[in-house]
Design a protein around this ligand. Structure first.
Ligand code: F6P
Length: 748
């Protein structure tokens, strides 16, 4: 831009300087010409004066033909410094006397010289310079006795003209330079302040920019913003720029009027718990949903609506049940909803976790569907719909509905806020149609979900299963090319959006170095400094395959006895849904298996370290960095973010990921050691391969895994949904305009 400015200034300045030179030349010409006219008049007057002073003497001398006397008189006259030469013609072209310097062409009788009896004057350019000649008749009693020729030197005028010209040029050149400098300075200053102001205005949310920008920007502000946004988008797409928090913000500000989004999730991102001492502590729940959504909310701001179930949650909200979070940064609002024990039982424990959860996961737990639970489920969905309507600041908010706790909510929102953009994401697998048929209220759930504008799953396989279920149980049109379902006149896009983690990862950046973590964790666990450490990090859930994992560790130690006394496996198991029998049972089973394995190897060597406790992200990331391997052995998992977090934590490019083939993550993280967790021989073999893997191979695999997670980070997950939502909103707007046009002008 500066180069363009310099070019424009040059283009402007060169003609200006040329013009100034022309003006300077013309001005000096006018001045010199006038000076010459005045000088000629002056010399003519002087000549007359000299002639009248000498007239009497000359008449006498001409009458006496006194040459010598006349010459003496003339010599006396030319003592005047300006008078160059003089002559007296005595009639008939005869020269009576002439001073020595008289130019030949002014001699008496010369064809171009004085004419007898005629008075004239002229300026002439001679070899020695310009002269002025005056020929004045000398009269006596009305009779012309001769002519006096006076030649004045005018060459001083040439010298003066040169000086005048030079001075005029210098003066104009100075003026020109000053003008140029002033122009450049003013242009630069104006450009800077103009662009700074433009940048400031472009950085503002659209609505603010429209009011806070200077008047001069108003007419084209929208065009400029649009252009900049399109260029930025095109540039980002062309350069393959990575999705980031900033890019999410740009999409929101550019395409969604800078509105914050509304997230609806059963789980809250921050739980306030009362401590035994009576204080309050903040906990981040063990939840993949929170891991993924929280950075998005930091980027987007807006409101997260969730069930408030912390023991101190009610003590920390304002009168509208809102609290600003994260606690130390406060970038978005958490709106808490209070649910009764019956609602929690029916909605969360019953329908969601005893019904839908085992329905969607192939983990051999029988789904339980009870009509009472469904009633509470529907009631809680309605209550969340009310909360969305309360929190929405416009008739067309962007609402992100999260997970299987809210299958009915999208339709309720469509009814209450028809213009809302509802992005629903199903965080768990979707079963095939045969299995889905187990749910007695399947069609109702499908109809509920099809109130969404977009319905997202982790994988294409889950999308296909959903479309198959719609095909089997609903009257709806499935557009497979567009990946859309049209039901009841409303279209829902059904697309895969693989969820991920924040990148660059905040927790990884805040965690101590790998050597420090290794040293500390081994010391805290009472292990030798060179202990080989494997880890597992999960909610204590039967879908996570924790028993199978521990059995694989046992098998590994039996097949490779050289690692006994050198290898330990730390299982971090966060208590989860512990009021549900299946969860209690898996907790007991895990305890039992861990105890049996530890006893089996006997003595002081207890290879399984089981921690049944909640751990916040800083603690978890310390473990990731301390470990030699991480084993994710889910029997069925929509995605599994532990696998991606482990990769995000290992900026040292070490550590091996052993990953179940039944996770969504296994489709992306192909450089992990992919195993079937049911196959204990294969799984224990993968553990053996992991502990023996050469550092160079670890680095190669980890580098590839990190590139994958960096690229497909959680901002990309949310960004792609928001971009698709933007397209839908634009299409809707155009469609309603077309409807308006087709209807014609309103009747008057
Ligand atoms: O995996 C499904 C899921 O809802 C996640 O999105 C979340 O991480 C986890 O379950 C948490 O479960 P809960 O909220 O019941 O503790």
């Amino acid at each position: 831009m500066q180069r363009i400015l310099a070019r424009d200034v040059t283009r402007f300045l060169l003609p200006l300087l040329a013009l100034l030179a022309l003006v300077a030349w013309s001005a000096s010409e006018v001045v010199n010409r006038q000076a010459r006219v005045w000088a000629e008049r002056d010399l003519a007057a002087r000549a007359q004066l000299a002639a009248s002073g000498a007239r009497e003497s000359l008449v006498a001398r001409i009458a006496a033909s006194d040459r010598a006397g006349t010459l003496a008189l003339l010599n006396e006259l030319v003592r005047d410094e300006r008078l160059l030469a003089a002559a007296v013609c005595g009639g008939g072209g005869r020269t009576l006397a002439a001073t020595a310097a008289l130019p030949a062409e002014f001699r008496c009788g010369h064809p171009a010289g004085p004419i007898a009896g005629a008075e004239w004057e002229a300026s002439r350019q001679l070899a020695g310079g310009t002269v002025h000649v005056s020929v004045i008749p000398i009269e006596d009693q009305g009779v012309t006795r001769g002519e006096l020729v006076l030649v004045h030197d005018m060459s001083y005028l040439d010298r003066r003209a040169a000086v005048t010209r030079r001075a005029t040029f210098v003066a104009f050149a100075l003026v020109g330079l000053l003008a140029a400098a002033a122009t450049v300075l003013v242009a630069r200053f104006s450009w800077r302040s103009w662009t700074a102001e433009l940048r400031r205005v472009l950085a503002l949310p659209f609505q603010l920019a429209a009011t806070a920008s200077p008047h001069s920007f108003q007419p084209f502000l929208a065009d400029v913003r649009d252009l900049v946004a399109r260029l930025a988008a095109a540039e980002a797409a062309a350069s393959g720029a990575r999705w980031s928090a900033d890019r999410i913000r740009t999409v929101l500000e550019r395409d969604l009027r800078g509105e914050g989004v509304i997230v609806v999730a059963n789980r809250e991102p921050y739980v306030h718990e009362r401590t035994p001492e009576g204080g309050i502590q903040v906990e981040v729940p063990a939840s993949g949903l929170v891991t993924a959504l929280e950075p998005i909310m930091r980027a987007c701001s807006g409101t997260w609506i969730a069930h408030g179930d912390g023991s101190a949650d009610r003590d920390t909200v304002d009168p509208h049940d809102r609290v600003r979070v994260p606690p130390d940064e406060e970038t978005y609002t958490l709106r808490r909803l209070w649910l009764s024990p019956e609602e929690v039982q029916g909605h969360y424990a019953g329908f969601s976790n005893e019904g839908l959860w085992p329905l969607c996961h192939l983990a051999h737990t029988r789904p339980e569907f009870r009509a009472d639970d469904l009633a509470q489920y529907a009631r809680v969905n309605r209550r969340f719909a009310d909360a969305v309507v309360e929190e929405a600041s416009s008739p067309d908010p962007v609402v992100l509905v999260q997970d299987y706790h809210f299958a009915l909510l999208p339709r309720l929102l469509r009814e209450r806020l028809p213009r809302a953009t509802v992005l629903t994401f199903w965080h768990i697998p979707w079963p095939n149609a045969e299995r889905f048929a187990i749910c007695p209220w399947g069609p109702r759930l499908l109809e509920g979900l099809l109130g969404s504008s977009i319905l997202g799953f982790h994988t294409q396989g889950h999308c296909n299963n959903f479309l198959e279920s719609v095909d089997r149980f609903l009257e709806a049109r499935i557009d497979r090319e567009r990946q859309a379902v049209v039901a009841g006149g409303h279209e829902t896009l059904v697309r895969p959006y693989p969820i991920s983690v924040e990148w660059p990862n905040r927790w990884a950046a805040r965690t101590a170095s790998v050597p420090e973590c290794r040293e500390e964790v081994r010391r805290e666990l009472g292990l030798p400094p060179d202990a080989i450490l494997g880890i597992g990090v999960d909610r204590l859930d039967y879908t996570k395959g924790i028993p199978e994992r521990l059995l694989a560790v046992e098998r590994f130690l039996l097949r490779h006895p050289g690692y006994q006394g050198r290898f330990w496996f730390l299982q971090l198991a966060a208590p989860s849904r512990s009021k549900i029998d299946a969860y209690r049972r898996v907790g007991e089973e895990v305890e039992r298996i861990a105890a049996r394995i530890n006893e089996r190897f006997g003595g002081a060597y207890r290879p399984i370290v089981l921690h049944r406790a909640h751990a916040d992200p800083p603690q978890v990331f310390r473990l990731y960095r301390a470990a030699d391997l991480c084993y994710v052995s889910s029997l069925h998992d929509g995605m599994n973010l532990v696998a991606k977090e482990f990769v995000a934590a290992r900026d040292d490019l070490r550590g091996v990921l052993v990953l179940s083939q039944f996770t969504g993550a296994a489709r992306e993280l192909t450089e992990a050691l992919i195993v079937n967790p049911y196959d204990l021989e294969a799984a224990s073999g993968a553990l053996a391969a992991a502990v023996a893997m050469a550092p160079a191979e670890q680095e190669d695999r980890m580098r590839a895994l990190r590139a994958m997670v960096a690229e497909w980070n959680v901002f990309r997950w949310a960004g792609r949904m928001l971009v698709d939502a933007t397209r839908l909103r634009r299409q809707d707007r155009l469609a309603s305009r077309l409807v308006g046009l087709a209807a014609g002008p309103p009747a008057t």
